[in-house]
Write a protein that binds this ligand. Structure first.
Ligand code: SF4
Length: 250
């Protein structure tokens, strides 16, 4: 068979298929195919391409964080986000208490610094969120127990901002929180997602540092103060303590 015949046969069988499906649909419904009587599609402007709308939306998301309990929240350009392999290595050497404890911690977390760097470059703006905590909730004898409500709060606020961003059209927003996977581990439950389904999928948000984001440099680039707090830090010398979240928006 020559090419022109093959092409014309292909066209005619396509037409036959289309006319057969259209005819049978029209006969069944008595209306045009793929139309529902009385249905008027809403045609939205691509508002992500409207800079003023994007600015308003970003402000709305920062306000969402504040009204959800954040101490502070600001819109930042993603150029201030520092990704550094060493941040993730700090989870591993010496191993953090929660190293390998869930799918959102290294080594299971698939967001390696290399991938995180590529992903961050796809966004122009993010919302950075601060939740202040008493210094002795993040260091001292009882920090393992006392830091939990603050870590929980970061995840809750980041989750709310992610949901709000999704609902106004930023479907590719991506959130980061702080610390281990609090919802299960703080209750002594093992991570169920290691072998099956996550118990709290909307709260299982990886920590920035687990994905290779240098939180100290990023927060300082945003104009906020941040201080390292360790086991032997003289707590009275630390002016403030906080946990941070981040949502990449657009
Ligand atoms: S919420 Fe629980 S099951 Fe889900 S990732 Fe975290 S630890 Fe695992």
């Amino acid at each position: 068979m020559d090419d022109s015949k093959e092409e014309s046969l292909g066209e005619s069988s396509k037409q036959n298929y289309n006319s057969t499906t259209e005819n049978s649909f029209s006969k069944k419904t008595g209306s045009e195919p793929h139309r529902v009587d009385g249905f008027k599609p809403i045609v939205c402007e691509r508002y992500h391409e409207n800079q003023k709308q994007v600015e308003d939306d970003l402000k709305f998301l920062a306000d969402t964080a504040l009204s959800s309990g954040a101490t502070d929240a600001k819109v930042v350009p993603t150029s201030i986000i520092v990704v550094d392999e060493r941040a993730r290595y700090k989870c591993m050497y010496p191993p953090c208490k929660w190293y390998g404890s869930s799918v959102i911690c290294p080594p299971r977390l698939e967001l390696t610094p290399e991938k995180t760097r590529q992903i961050v470059q796809k966004y122009k703006y993010a919302v950075l969120i601060k939740i202040e905590a008493p210094v002795n909730a993040l260091a001292g004898d009882r920090w393992v127990e006392l830091h939990v409500p603050f870590e929980w709060k970061v995840k809750e606020i980041v989750s709310k901002v992610m949901g709000a961003a999704f609902n106004i059209g930023y479907h590719l927003n991506l959130g980061f929180a702080a610390g281990e996977c609090t919802p299960c581990l703080s209750k002594g439950l093992e991570c169920q997602a290691l072998n099956g389904q996550c118990r709290f999928p909307f709260m299982a948000i990886p920590a920035m540092e687990a994905a290779g984001i240098d939180v100290f440099s990023t927060v300082r680039n945003a104009g906020w103060e941040i201080y390292p707090i360790g086991a032997s830090t003289r707590l009275c010398n630390i002016p403030c303590a906080a946990l941070y979240g981040l949502v990449l928006v657009v």
